[in-house]
Design a protein around this ligand. Structure first.
Ligand code: AMP
Length: 187
């Protein structure tokens, strides 16, 4: 991981890290007191930056390294769909409990703020397909850990995991080890 003199760092280098850092807003005390919410809507809303970010994720993993992209509800869907369209693969939404209509695998886990259950259709992945998993923010790693487990229970093979922003002080990367984490911006 490289770091600029301004302290901005990320796994795809300082230029991409600066791009993300310039398009994230800190929202104190949301959704509850003590949490600083990292709002990436400005990044999604900036077409040129969004495209560079998506292209950077694809370049990091290599467009031949995955057969399908999985996005974590809800902001992960935005990134996953863009990667899928750009590379011509399909996209699988990993959803919050109760949203999927057919038989699912589910996993419950603790969040930085609260608890949650994620689900994926049991037939979401072709056996052995390589799955690139994406989300907006990595905090404690509970969401990502549950998702990576779900993908494998549903027959996929995790080929990579990317987030736009990692909150390093919450230890998500360590929790997911030895699975590699690719974060465009680490704060
Ligand atoms: P965690 O399971 O603790 O790693 O939390 C990650 C999930 O919760 C991701 O889907 C994020 O979108 C969301 N999340 C957790 N903390 C934050 C935060 N401080 N700002 C924005 N999103 C967050």
């Amino acid at each position: 991981m490289t770091q600029t003199h301004t302290g901005v760092r990320g796994d795809s280098g300082p230029a991409v890290a600066e791009l993300v850092a310039g398009r994230v807003l800190d929202v104190p005390d949301f959704p509850k007191p003590g949490i600083v919410f990292k709002d990436l809507m400005p990044l999604f809303a900036d077409g040129a930056v969004f495209r560079e970010v998506v292209d950077g994720i694809i370049a990091h993993h290599g467009r031949e390294s995955f057969d399908v992209v999985a996005g974590i509800e809800a902001r992960g869907f935005v990134v996953a769909a863009a990667i899928a369209y750009a590379t011509g693969v399909g996209v699988v939404p990993v959803r919050k409990a109760g949203k999927l209509p057919r038989a699912t695998h589910s996993a419950s886990y603790a969040l930085e703020y609260g608890e949650a259950t994620l689900e994926v259709h049991q037939d979401a992945f072709t056996a052995g397909h390589r799955v690139l998993v994406v989300d907006d923010v990595l905090a404690t790693g509970g969401t990502a850990g549950a998702t990576l487990d779900l993908v494998e229970r549903a027959g996929g093979t995790v080929s990579g995991f990317t987030v736009l922003l990692e909150l390093a002080f919450l230890g998500g990367r360590e929790r997911l080890a030895p699975r590699p984490v690719h974060a465009l911006l680490t704060v």
